[in-house]
Design a protein around this ligand. Structure first.
Ligand SMILES: N[C@@H](CCC(=O)N[C@@H](CS)C(=O)NCC(=O)O)C(=O)O
Length: 234
C-alpha cells in the first residue's frame, strides 16, 4: 500500500494472502516502492475459487497481480517477481551473466524448494493421518535443499551475489524452517542470511502487512478448506 514519491505511476492490484508465496510479492512491492492496492484473497474461505479471481489466476492459487499500466493480469509468484523486476529494473541485474545467476535460483525456488517445503509442512503438520513414508521422503529432500542453499550462501551475502528476486522468493519459505522440521543450527549460512534479509525494512513492512490482513493463525475452518480438498472445484 505504498504511496512513496518514486512509486510506479499506474500501480498494481495485488491479490494477496499472507502465505510464503504471497509474501514474496509483498516483499518486492515494498522493496521497490511500487504503488499497490491490496485485495485480500482469503484462501481459507475459498476466495481463490470465485469466478472473479479465477479470471486472474486460472490455477486458483494466490498470489496474482494486475499491472494497471499494461492492463494485464499475472499469476504464479515467479512470473510476477520477474515481471516486476524487469519493469522496475530493480533486483535483477541487466548484464546477461548476472541475470542468469538470478534466474536459475529463482527457478530452483519455484520448481523445487517451494513445492517440496509445502509438501513437507503438510505431511509433518496437517495430514489427517500420519504418512511415515511421505514424511520421510519430503523431510529428506527438504534437508537436501537446505544443504544446497547453505553451501551457496557460505561465501556470499545473498543467493545471487546481490540482493535479488531470488532471495525474495526463497526467504518466506525458509523462514518457516521450524514447521518443516529443519534445525537451523545445521545450516549456519542460511541462518545468517535469514537474519540479514529479515532485518531489511521493506521485508519488515511486508510482514507487517501480513499481520494487518490476517492477524490470527490458521483456524480449523481454514485447515478444512485448504487441506480437505485435493482437487479444483468444478
Ligand atoms: N506456484 C504457485 C503456488 C501458489 C500457491 O500454492 N498458493 C497457495 C498459498 S501459498 C494457495 O493459493 N493455496 C490455495 C489452495 O490451496 O486452495 C506460485 O508460486 O504462485
Amino acid at each position: 500500500m505504498n504511496t512513496a514519491a518514486n512509486a510506479t505511476a499506474a500501480g498494481v492490484d495485488f491479490y494477496y494472502w499472507p502465505t510464503p508465496n504471497g509474501q514474496k510479492v509483498a516483499i518486492f512491492l515494498e522493496e521497490a516502492l511500487v504503488n499497490y492496492r491490496v485485495h485480500p484473497v482469503d484462501i481459507g474461505k475459498g476466495v481463490q475459487f470465485t469466478p472473479e479471481f479465477e479470471k486472474l489466476s486460472p490455477n486458483n492459487r494466490m498470489p496474482a497481480i494486475v499491472d494497471r499500466e499494461l492492463d494485464v493480469s499475472i499469476f504464479e509468484s515467479g512470473a510476477i517477481l520477474l515481471h516486476l523486476a524487469e519493469k522496475t529494473r530493480r533486483f535483477i541485474p541487466t548484464n546477461p551473466q548476472g541475470r542468469v545467476e538470478v534466474l536459475q535460483w529463482l527457478f530452483w525456488q519455484v520448481a523445487g524448494l517451494g513445492p517440496i517445503l509445502g509438501q513437507t509442512v503438510f505431511f509433518r503438520n496437517y495430514a489427517p493421518e500420519a504418512q511415515p513414508l511421505a514424511i520421510d521422503r519430503f523431510s529428506k529432500e527438504a534437508k537436501r535443499l537446505y544443504a544446497v542453499l547453505n553451501k551457496r550462501l557460505a561465501d556470499r551475502e545473498y543467493i545471487a551475489n546481490e540482493y535479488s528476486i531470488a532471495d525474495m522468493a526463497a526467504f518466506p519459505w525458509a523462514l518457516q524452517y521450524a514447521a518443516q522440521g529443519i534445525a537451523l543450527d545445521e545450516f549456519p549460512h542460511v541462518a545468517r542470511w535469514l537474519d540479514r534479509v529479515g532485518n531489511r525494512p521493506a521485508v519488515k513492512r511486508a510482514y507487517a502487512l501480513g499481520e494487518e490482513i490476517r492477524p490470527s493463525q490458521l483456524t480449523d475452518e481454514h485447515r478444512k478448506q485448504l487441506y480437505g480438498q485435493q482437487t479444483q472445484k468444478a
